[in-house]
Ligand binder design. Sequence first.
Ligand code: NAD
Ligand code: ZN
Length: 348
Amino acid sequence: MAERMMDALVKKEAGKGLVLQKMPVPQPGPGEVLIKIRKTAICGTDVHIYNWDPWAQIHLKPPMIVGHEYVGEIAELGAGVTGLSVGQRVSGEGHITCGHCRNCHNGNIQWCKDTVGVGVDRDGAFAEYLCIPASNVIIIDEDLPEDVVAFFDAFGNATHTALMWDLVGEDVLITGAGPIGIIAGGICKYAGARRVVITDINDYRLDLARKMGVDAAVNTSREDLKQVMKDLRIVEGFDVGLEMSGNGAAFDQMTSLMRNGGKISLLGLGNKPLNIDMNNIICKGLTLQGIYGRKMDNWHEMSYMVQGGLDITPVITHRFHYTRFEEGFAAMNSGKSGKVILDWTEKK
Ligand code: NAD
Ligand code: ZN
């Protein structure tokens, strides 16, 4: 029988760009699930891959299909898969874990020592079909908006980072108003923070954060954050910090403005070694928590927050058919974007 073919966005060889080409539809092996993709979203990681920057050059082994933020429906079940059925609406955890290490056993699969990344280490979701292990499949309720579920992966990073600490009545500083920082702003307000202040050096993105309902969106290249704190009556400093820029100056500013005993979660990955002022961390007794990926339970929390009224649609700025992916990546590279959605529901 002739192999079934599908459209896919492929990093064909070492170098810039992606190619839209035909690839074989993957076959679900035992314990695997074939997903028909409906919508995908472009992540910052995909932009690194598209641009073929030093990170991508180290981590990617072309040729491969990229992408890891998606929503779709189950098209086929591999042998032995139970508890799932064809036609179910799903997304999936993009980190495929070993299931045998200490962290897999204690439920912290986000810290698995042998993680394999969908769309980074193995074929990804920017295609008509994706194959993943059944244990990575997340069932998605029909009432959740498809365009939002398309980027639950990134929403999960924001959820993991923000919900690391108690937020009720707390004053929160988020450094970096990229898509994840903006979503985190919405989560913090939803979760009961008193004041949520977000910083960036990009006015377009700060505007998006305002639409998400933060109390102040501050361009630190020209505005005085201390004055903003005074205006908001944040007296002793921020209780909680979410570092989402990967920028050392932003992190130092954060530690200098935390209250004694404050808590910081660190998501942002910089590409340069940081020159950090340890005095603030030590003398203020700050708690720092590195955040990697998402916890499986975050997937449930995300669905419940959206069903409970959290609206993160302000972060969506562009929608394209997948054949117009170049425009999507151009929007991401321009800095004038939040989440960019690619639609795979119609074949052209
Ligand atoms: P992004 O690159 O789109 O956003 C980062 C933002 O930080 C940008 O808007 C940038 O203008 C801003 N910024 C730069 N310098 C700044 C400064 N001095 N002060 C304040 N803001 C500044 O990234 P994203 O997709 O929103 O992701 C956020 C961060 O999290 C990135 O660093 C990304 O690499 C990282 N990330 C980590 C994980 C993980 O598992 N740890 C997962 C996903 C993303
Ligand atoms: Zn493991």
